[in-house]
Each structure stands twice: as C-alpha cells, then as structure tokens.
Design a protein around this ligand. Structure first.
Ligand SMILES: NC(=O)c1ccc[n+]([C@@H]2O[C@H](COP(=O)([O-])OP(=O)(O)OC[C@H]3O[C@@H](n4cnc5c(N)ncnc54)[C@H](O)[C@@H]3O)[C@@H](O)[C@H]2O)c1
Length: 246
C-alpha cells in the first residue's frame, strides 16, 4: 500500500519542476492528485502521463492569485471526492526587479496572497473531515539574504503565515509545515544555472558537492504530506545541501 493511499492532494504549480515531481511521486504513493497550474497544456500533459502509468490525476487551469479559481476548484474536488487531505502550495513566480512597486504587488499577489487563498479554501473542508496536511513552499530566500527583494519578502511571509497557521489550526488536526529548497535544477533556475559564473557561485555556497533535483524536495514534501508526520506541525524543513548551515 502506498504512503498516501486514498488521500486527495492538491498540488499547485504542478506543470513543471518540483510540483510536477511531487504530482508523479504522490500518484505512485496512491494519492488522487489534483494538478493546478496556469500552464494549461503542460499541466494537462502531466496529468495524462500519470494516468497512463496507472495513477489517478486531474488537471485544472488555475491561477493561485484569483480567488474565484480557488472557490471553483474546491467545489469541483468536493463534488468528485468529498474531501481534500493535502494541499501543497508550491506555485510561485520569480521576481525581476528590486524597486518597482508594480513588481512588488505582482509577486506578493501571487506568492503570498496565492498561498493564503489556498489555505483559506481548504481549511474549512479539512475541518469538516477532521484534519489535513498543508505544505507551503518557501525558499532559502525566506531565511537568508541574497534573492530579489519582492521574492524574498514573499517567501519570508510564507514562513511567518505557516507558523501562525500551524498554531491556529492544530486543534482541528490540520498540520501546516513549510519547506525551504536551496538551489534546485528546475525550469525556474535553468537560465540562471546556464551561466557558468552563477552556477559556480551556487555550487560554492552549497556544501554537498552537487545542486538539488526536484525529487530531493519531493521526498521531503511526501513525508510532511503523509501520516508518518502526524506529530509534525509548524516545522521548517530546509532542503538545501547545507547552504544555510554556513
Ligand atoms: N528551483 C529552485 O532552486 C527553488 C529554490 C527555492 C524555492 N523554490 C520554490 O519551489 C517552488 C517550485 O519551483 P520550481 O523551481 O519547481 O519552479 P517552476 O518554474 O518549474 O514551477 C513553478 C510552477 O508554478 C506555476 N505558476 C506560476 N505562477 C502561477 C500562478 N499564478 N498560478 C498557478 N501556477 C503558477 C508555473 O507555471 C510553474 O509550472 C516555488 O515555490 C519556488 O519559489 C525553488
């Protein structure tokens, strides 16, 4: 029996990178996976591939920053499955500018408000079924200096709201944990890592002699999603090859 047998799991940003790896892994572990992403064709293809391999998956075109998308998504899932056990708030956008107010609003609206909206819509459902597991994906940028400011601020906010939500929802047995990836090879970092100087910099700050892959994060997220972590809430799981241990 899989580690997530029978669980219904929403994973945002599952058209690519870590979200995609988590969707594939969760389906292998017996979850019914709901993939949600703004990259419509790509997210449908990931769901289709999971189904071809015998997993259960449905894809939705879903923008995490639009409240109506959340209400429609949760209504559709509850109609089909009657519950949501797991939410992975994984989708996010990188930031391109430190000082532009429009960029601050855009990035915070997706990364911070989008994460809040996910919790807002799944918590009532999880309360009704007697519990659940929410995992919010932050970044080492939420822990230490070095990122583009609006992105860093959004990831710091995810850290703060994860801790307070963990305390607030513990009495309903809804666990809220956050995850802090270091430098991981994904489409988000592809261009960055193609630059030899930048890649060498990240290799030099990472004590392990390699950078991460999506599955390195997905296995940590799997533990937090499963009942194996039933006594774990409010934790901050850093998966960074030792970067922030300096
Ligand atoms: N790759 C890294 O090195 C790294 C490091 C630290 C943290 N992270 C975090 O890990 C998570 C996954 O990132 P990744 O590296 O797999 O990136 P990725 O770009 O491969 O995946 C991000 C996904 O989010 C989707 N997305 C973007 N905006 C969206 C929106 N408004 N609504 C719905 N979906 C949206 C994109 O379409 C994409 O499929 C992100 O939260 C990211 O900030 C990544």
């Amino acid at each position: 029996m899989g580690r997530l047998a029978g669980k219904v799991a929403i994973i945002t940003g599952s058209a690519s990178g870590q979200g995609k790896a988590e969707a594939i892994l969760f389906a292998k572990e017996g979850a019914k996976v709901i993939l949600a992403d703004i990259q419509k064709q790509k997210v449908y293809k990931v769901a289709e591939d999971i189904q071809k391999n015998g997993g259960e998956a449905i894809a939705y075109f879903h923008d995490i920053s639009i409240e109506e998308h959340w209400s429609n998504l949760i209504r559709a899932i509850c109609k089909k499955y009657g519950k949501v056990d797991i939410l992975i708030n994984n989708a996010s956008t990188p930031a391109s500018h430190d000082d532009l107010i429009e960029e601050w609003r855009r990035v915070l609206n997706i990364n911070m408000i989008g994460t809040f909206l996910g919790m807002k819509y799944v918590v009532p459902v999880m309360k009704e079924i007697g519990g659940g597991s929410i995992i919010n994906i932050s970044s080492v940028a939420g822990l230490i200096a070095g990122g583009v400011n609006p992105y860093t601020a959004s990831k710091g906010a995810i850290r703060a709201i994860s801790r307070s939500a963990a305390v607030e929802y513990a009495k309903y047995q809804i666990r809220v944990n956050s995850v802090y990836p270091g430098m991981i090879h994904t489409p988000m970092t592809e261009d960055l890592l193609a630059n030899e100087g930048i890649r060498k910099h990240f290799e030099s700050v990472t004590p392990l002699p390699f950078l991460g892959e999506s599955n390195d994060v997905a296995y940590g997220v799997l533990y937090l999603a499963s009942d194996e972590s039933r006594f774990t809430t409010g934790t901050e799981l850093v998966i960074d090859g030792g970067w922030t241990s300096h």
